[in-house]
Design a binder for this molecule. Structure first.
Ligand code: FES
Length: 164
């Protein structure tokens, strides 16, 4: 009978089987290394570009003129394992019939999420309702996303969150 334990020392494998298992191990190791290395290298080299995508954030009639509300949308290119972190948000201000401004949810100082204070007409960290810096420490105005109205829907052109 041929198989495990049939060699001269009682433990040797068939040479063909040994070669097959060695090749299988090398192939599995190579695949595992590529699965880890390719995304890491493309990230480090900046080769992975998130596409800019128009995302619907609500019907036009959902927003009252003069108000600022938080809207949520899906990241343009979420990683397969991103889960709930693939969702992001923006502050959407309706200033006229078809006039909207969308601000990044993150402060330009350290990237902390902003809060909108309607009573004070301010974003905290302090920025005015139009995104200009009201006082330090934010180094510059809030980042804006392009906004458009299409077929009764308000849409935001997504882009990677700018890190300052
Ligand atoms: S994160 Fe906004 S002022 Fe520091």
């Amino acid at each position: 009978m041929k198989g495990v334990g049939s060699g001269s020392n009682g433990n040797a494998l068939d040479p063909d089987r040994r070669r097959f298992l060695a090749g299988l191990s090398i192939a599995a190791g190579t695949i595992a290394a590529l699965v880890v290395a390719v995304p890491s290298i493309t990230f480090l080299l900046g080769l992975r570009k998130a596409p800019n995508v128009w995302r619907r954030v609500g019907r036009l009639d959902e927003y009252r003129p003069g108000t600022t509300v938080k809207v949520a949308f899906l990241d343009p290119s979420p990683l397969p394992w991103a889960g709930i972190t693939a969702r992001t948000a923006a502050w959407l201000r309706r200033s006229g019939d078809q006039d909207f401004t969308a601000f990044s949810i993150n402060c330009t100082h350290l990237g902390c999420p902003l809060r909108w204070l309607p009573e004070a007409d301010l974003f905290l960290c302090p920025c005015y309702k139009d995104g200009r810096v009201a006082s330090g420490p934010p180094p510059k105005s809030l980042i804006r996303y392009p906004v458009r109205v299409r077929d009764g829907w308000v849409e935001i052109l997504t882009s990677p969150i700018p890190i300052t």
